[in-house]
Write a protein that binds this ligand. Structure first.
Ligand SMILES: [Zn+2]
Length: 458
């Protein structure tokens, strides 16, 4: 039980996160990372050659930002050029040198088309133990705890890597159960093995609340889970969802993912603390122009990642790679007192709308709507009269009101929702009310849009 009281898992690095000293370390590492990737990685070399940049040209962050950002679309192009031979594509994307050392490949779950590869090189295993040691320690995992892995274990980028992530948290016991077994077996095994930490998607955690009385004959709270580490989808960052999970489980809920970060113990959600400055360079760029967005308190942009030690990269293995997520960053110290700038996921770049030139993300609208449960069901659509991203103001929405709402209550509710959206998102939508369960529910990706422009002008 030694070191139980220390502040950080890594007392040498973590106090330096988000500091000028760390920026110096990053700039130095970045120069070497660029040289390494230019030498070994055909994909990155071509991107630099196309932009007319040689490794020795990159001396500062500014020089570096001239390399164009790449994402899933550029990966897809390589898969096409290599005729669907996955490993020919990986040789191009990651380079033969690192592919000789490939230890594990995982991917995103359930998406269509070519899956995004999340490579783990043999040398990455140590780095994983380090970074997730930091995350685990921050959320309060301690010797003697037992962690039930409730993410998918079949090729899932958040599942199987757990076996390495927490290797350096000595005294923690892992229970690799996996989401695939279904809620009944998951609950039974959590109880049998007396897990007190659970990692899973927020939607699975919500489902376990409903299933526990049926499967185990008691409330989920009686399992004695003290911590839940959520990820792979938004939810744990939405105050209402988080409160619901915390009260029903009697546990603290943490939000992790979309990079190397985790939320903190502060009672109000403060975003996720980025804990990997020494391992991965984080930038924001404008999603439309690709120009750098300064890392200032409250800034919003497309999150872009570059491994600073590419031979032990985890997941992000290329220069300036994006998952297409829009983040907002908070660089001022967190009231919780822990280091690391913070980021919140605002939405997906490909879902972005523009209302009178102001970017608006459907996920942010969803966050506001969910704040009005149970007066709404949470189901809604944004009506698009012209192809996105442009929206002719006012933004129109179809929203399901909750069960038991009276006709006469709806104008007042529309006013309240409008006020909240205006304060947070600078828009005031026009709402058409629908009865509960009018809109089709999707099991996979939430459909935010009614594309009225596809049905002509009517
Ligand atoms: Zn904090």
């Amino acid at each position: 039980m030694k070191n139980t009281g220390k502040r950080y898992f890594n007392m040498e690095v973590e106090p330096l996160l988000n500091s000028p000293k760390m920026r110096e370390i990053q700039e130095m590492k970045l120069r070497d990372a660029v040289k390494y990737l230019y030498r070994t990685c055909p994909f990155d070399r071509k991107r630099m050659d196309d932009a007319g940049i040689q490794p020795e040209d990159v001396r500062s962050f500014d020089d570096f930002s001239a390399i164009p950002v790449a994402g899933q679309a550029q990966y897809r192009q390589v898969f096409e050029e290599t005729g669907g031979d996955l490993f020919a594509a990986y040789d191009v994307l990651f380079g033969k040198e690192r592919m000789k050392d490939i230890h594990m490949l995982t991917t995103t779950s359930g998406t269509t088309g070519t899956p995004t590869p999340y490579p783990v090189f043999h040398k990455s295993v140590e780095a994983m133990g380090e970074l997730f040691g930091r995350i685990g320690w921050r959320i309060g995992i301690r010797p003697g705890d037992r962690l039930a892995i409730g993410f998918g274990l079949s090729m899932h980028a958040a599942g199987t890597p757990h076996l390495y992530w927490f290797k350096n948290l000595r005294g923690l016991t892992l229970l690799p159960i996996g989401a695939e077994v279904g809620s009944e077996r998951l609950l039974t095994l959590i109880k049998l093995f007396q897990a007190n930490v659970l990692s899973c998607t927020p939607s699975l955690a919500q489902y376990l609340i409903e299933r526990s009385p049926v499967v185990l004959g008691h409330a989920v709270k009686d399992l004695g889970i003290k911590l839940i580490l959520c990820g792979a989808e938004p939810g744990a960052g939405i105050p209402e969802v988080r409160r619901h999970l915390e009260s029903r489980f009697g546990a603290q809920v943490f939000d992790g993912g979309a990079g190397y970060g985790v939320s903190c113990h502060h009672p109000d959600y403060q975003g996720m603390h980025w804990i990997a400055d020494d391992h991965c360079y984080y930038e924001l760029v404008d999603p439309e122009t690709g120009k750098p967005v300064p890392m200032e308190h409250g800034a919003t942009g497309l999150a872009v990642f570059t491994p600073l030690e590419p031979d032990c990269a985890i997941f992000f293995a290329n220069l300036r790679f994006t998952l297409n997520d829009i983040h907002q960053v908070f660089t001022e110290p967190c009231p919780c007192g822990l280091t690391g700038f913070r980021y919140k996921i605002v939405g997906r770049a490909d879902d972005m709308l523009k209302v009178k030139g102001v970017p608006v993300y459907p996920a942010a609208i969803q966050g506001v709507i969910n704040g009005f449960l149970p007066r709404v069901t949470g189901a809604f659509r944004i009506v698009l009269k012209v192809p996105p991203p442009r929206v002719l103001p006012p933004l129109e929405m179809r929203v399901e009101h909750g069960e038991g709402m009276q006709e006469g209550d709806l104008p007042g509710l529309e006013q309240e929702i409008g006020d909240k959206m205006h304060a947070l998102l600078k828009i005031r939508p026009k709402i058409t009310w629908l009865s509960p369960n009018t809109l089709e529910r999707s099991v996979k990706k939430t459909n935010f849009f009614d594309k009225d422009y596809e049905q002509g002008s009517g």
